[in-house]
Design a protein around this ligand. Structure first.
Ligand code: UDP
Length: 369
């Protein structure tokens, strides 16, 4: 298939604003190209190469939904990159069998049925906004098969019980396995309230262990608050590392903490740590509750229970790092992820042709498959 992938409008690929989506783009391209598909990625200007032809589009970045209230209206900045990306996707659609939307935005969900080429949506976050919930529900009603999610709990946050869950995939050869870690706890993510760095800091302080923090500071005031609230935590700020570099570093940690305050859709950091042999202690919430094998690759703790978090870290030190890495290979490699994506795309296209149209209603069909 010829697949047009539209990346997130919140930031160029490679700079960290797009969070997990930036890593998903890489895995998705790698896996689908390996399976013989032809991909092109559309992404904001300044994006780094991602393993297939890339077309970049200028414009003002889209404000991320996670920084807005549930009842916030849809925002379209002047000369917005989101509108420009989808204008370009509209122009390029005829040369593709399918358009794959990776952004968490209202516009493509609303616009998708008007395209002549089917637009599929890999939703990257859980329910955060009424406007987005409605847009997702509309697609679920008219083109259920066009939606896919990273985890079951993420899907269910939209009130959808039966749908496509594709998980995520990682190029595991790019992660450095480390058998003998440093006496260091780790935390990976955008530094923003919903990612919950504060609880990890409290646990690290209670354990008298340094806490290495990797990630882009999205909310400087939040970072300052966390530092002020946890004066005895020995933070080791690592800044935002390019993904390939982070994969060489993560294995230094004895244990990774994942303490989200929101419904984490998948939580790439969990799997990326496991790929390096690092056990993970995570809150039993969102994606991590599905990716951590309790007692094998890490431990799950009820959200907010910091003392339990610290106790589980002590237990996690004893987990077998080789087994963690092996389990990660069994569950999260790129090839099965790409297979699941392909199955989803083909099933959605079949559903569309069964309805007698490539798009919504009797619109022209895409290139012949
Ligand atoms: N990341 C990175 N460099 C850093 C910190 C994080 O490349 O210094 C990547 C990390 O590997 C992960 C992504 O940023 O894949 C964050 O994704 P996640 O699903 O954990 O959270 P999101 O930001 O999407 O909420």
């Amino acid at each position: 298939m010829r697949i047009l992938v539209v990346s997130t409008a919140v930031g160029p690929i490679g700079q960290g604003r797009g969070g997990g989506v930036e890593v998903t783009v890489g895995s998705l391209v790698r896996g689908l190209v390996d399976r013989g598909h032809q991909l092109m990625v559309l992404a904001p200007e300044g994006s780094e190469p991602c393993g297939c032809p890339l077309r970049t589009v200028a414009g003002q970045l889209q404000p991320p939904w996670q920084q807005q209230s549930r009842d916030a209206p849809i925002v379209q900045p002047p000369h917005g990159v989101l509108a420009n990306l989808w204008r370009e996707a509209w122009a390029l659609q005829a040369g593709h069998h399918v358009v794959l939307n990776l952004g968490y935005d209202w516009l493509p969900l609303w616009l998708g049925p008007c395209f002549t080429t089917p637009v599929l949506h890999l939703i990257s976050m859980g329910s955060l906004s009424q406007a987005m919930d409605q847009a997702v529900a509309d697609v679920a009603r008219t083109h259920h098969g066009r939606l896919a999610f990273h985890s079951r709990s993420q899907m269910e946050s939209f009130g959808i019980r039966h749908g496509v869950v594709v998980g995520n995939g990682f190029d595991l050869n790019t992660y450095r396995f480390v058998q003998e870690p440093e006496p260091l706890l780790g935390w990976v993510g955008r530094i923003a309230p919903e990612k919950g760095l504060g609880d990890a800091a409290a646990a690290a302080a209670a354990l008298h262990r340094p806490l290495a923090v990797w990630g882009r500071v999205e909310d400087p005031a939040y970072k300052a608050r966390v530092v002020a609230d946890h004066p005895t935590c020995d933070f080791r700020w690592q800044g935002f590392l390019p993904p390939l570099q982070l994969r060489q570093e993560l294995g230094r940690c004895a244990v990774l903490l994942m303490t989200p305050r929101w419904q984490e859709a998948f939580g790439n950091g969990v799997v990326e740590a496991m790929a390096c042999g690092v056990p993970v202690v995570a809150y039993r919430r969102g994606g991590p509750q599905e990716t951590v094998d309790h007692g094998l690759t890490g431990f799950l703790v009820e959200p907010g229970r910091v003392a339990e978090l610290a106790a589980m870290v002590e237990k996690a030190y004893r987990l077998d790092r080789h087994r963690i890495r092996r389990r990660c290979q069994e569950r999260f490699a790129v090839t099965p992820f790409a297979q699941r994506l392909e199955d989803w795309i083909l099933a959605a296209l079949r559903q569309d042709s069964a309805k007698g149209a490539a798009g919504n209603g009797n619109l022209a069909k895409g290139p012949h498959l």
